[in-house]
Design a protein around this ligand. Sequence first.
Ligand code: ATP
Length: 366
Amino acid sequence: MDNVNYTKPLKAEPNKRADDSIMLECLNINKSYGGLKAVQNVTFAVKRQSLTSIVGPSGCGKTTALRLIAGLEVPDSGSLTIDSITVSNNKTFVPPEKRSVGLVFQDYALFSHMTVNQNVAYGLDRPASESDRVSTVMELVRIQQLGNRYPHELSGGEQQRVALARALAPNPKLILLDEPFSNLDAALRTKVRAEVKQILIESGITSIIVTHDQDEALSLADQTGVMFNGQIEQIGSPEEVYKTPASLQVATFLGNANVLLGEGGNKVVECELGRLKTNSSLKGPVHITIQPELIHAESADSASSHGQVIEREFYGHDQVIVIRLNSGQIINSRCGSELIIQPGQQVAISLLGPVSVFPVGQRDIS
Ligand code: ATP
């Protein structure tokens, strides 16, 4: 494989992350299959040594976007630059093996007839036994002791790490991970996710991960792009996209936000929960999005009640209280598990932070 650089150190200096230079730039990328616009005007940049997540519902175009970056698909239009080299535009198309991009797939795609050592060495131009790079990368990914095993002799988490080691071995400029944790059960998933994040940081590689899992997208990345219908609707730090969603769709997808109707004013909104503070000013009829963890419920008499608890889902670390408001609308409150409120109780609701508002139809933002 081209672009193998044995002299470049694998480990980044501690805390040296995400300098401000750009490793990947996608500009107005489009890709259709027949009449279906799988990717539309996708524009974003990825800083060197950073981790970007792209999250969205099934079929929104995440994998297609990744395949376009890898060079496994040819865009209909737009330009792609990796490390200041144009790899795709209306005149140029650099094939995948010349892009210096590593891939980790959902099913890991390990070669079943090869040992771990051979799998990891696959993209290198010398055998595993002769390559310092294989041992360096296996140490980084903490699979040194597994070198002579075959993939069927490994757990899901170990297979995942071998796939990562194989992608890292040729020292690519960029690593792309497509739903890398979806084959792991819930308990292992959280552990492997944390390990992979640590490995990506230690290796100093620039990474993009696509997932449909909101927690994964927010907890792993330096920047998160939220994708619907082939388009990136919002991209920013996990805090930005979660706390100040750009649209109703982003708010409900990322935060499982409750949606109420109200009348917007100057940084406030009137609704059946009373007058609430808002993140922005929007006058007239609005949709209000309220993340469940912002809703505080406490038992109340019927005069001060906003609604009745109809269900309590207890998770141990926290709980979700399902409330039917006096209007009949159902909302969720996520709160600490020490609060004891049972179905049937009347509750008064207060808000623990500002809410977001979005126009119903088209209204002016003041
Ligand atoms: P998932 O999370 O389910 O993997 P996704 O967000 O990764 O979905 P894509 O796989 O990128 O979505 O697909 C986007 C759209 O493009 C879908 O409607 C899909 O059916 C369509 N599509 C993807 N690849 C092809 C193809 N080779 N030919 C025709 N349509 C395709």
